[in-house]
Design a protein around this ligand. Sequence first.
Ligand SMILES: [Cu+2]
Length: 310
Amino acid sequence: MRRAVTFVRALLSAARRNGVRILALAGPLSVGVYLAAAQSASAACCTLKSGASPNATSIATLYDIIFGMAVVVFLGVMSFVLYSVWKFRAHKNPVALQIHGNTRLELGLTLGAALILVVIATVTFIKLPSIVNPPNSDASASAVLSASLTAPTPPSGQKLTICVTGRQFIWRYTYGAGCNKAAWQDRLPYSYQEMVVPAGVTVDLLIQSSDVIHAWWIPALGGKVDAVPGFTTYTWFKALHANELYHGQCAQLCGTEHAFMTALVKVVTPRQYTAWIAQQRQLVSQQNAQVGQIRQYLAKQGILSSSGNF
Ligand SMILES: [Cu+2]
């Protein structure tokens, strides 16, 4: 041990003489500062995204409260450990004091832990309704609303319904009530990857999968929800600000290209949304007409049977 210390000392004094020590410290230090200053380093620090939708804000507030309590407990425990290490250091206390049981301390720790759990449970139950129950849409958005009894429903019953269908490896969005029933017959407008929604409107999402399990997650707009084949799961958000673009990602490992299964939610004004939906509807019917023409042509050439099969 003594030899090792002498060797390290000799190394350090040699390094000090050559100025290498400063360089050796400056290298990692500058890399550390550079990495810490990078925008992405603080992107997820230290709280959740909030402010874009009321449910996301409630989740973030709950997270902050619990995180704050955890920091206090962590600092308390670490301070006590460091104090004990210093106070009862070996050369001051060569013989360790043997203590067996301390009823007051044990009771205090048990009650303290129980109290923390009670506080966490209480704030969770206070916040839960604002996470689970959607609020009403703003009055200005009445043009795009529809009513349906599918959960979750805001008190007014008025909302915009969008079906979110996950499939390897892209998200598809079908707009309008009944999107989970007869979307094709009703010729409902749809889009892929980028969802467009009006600001101030409570949006109900009916989440489904056409192959394996996926998970819908736009962090700024609330918690993640599984897309399970054969089931419909529900969530909602109410984007508060127009002209925003929110990024998300499939949050369930769903195959080799899972990492590329991203999602975008573009928030526009209700008027812009109405115009976009009309345009999307027109584009879809144009494309369908083209497909019909191609089918007819292929059938005429004998490449495609009249039933649509090759
Ligand atoms: Cu996926």
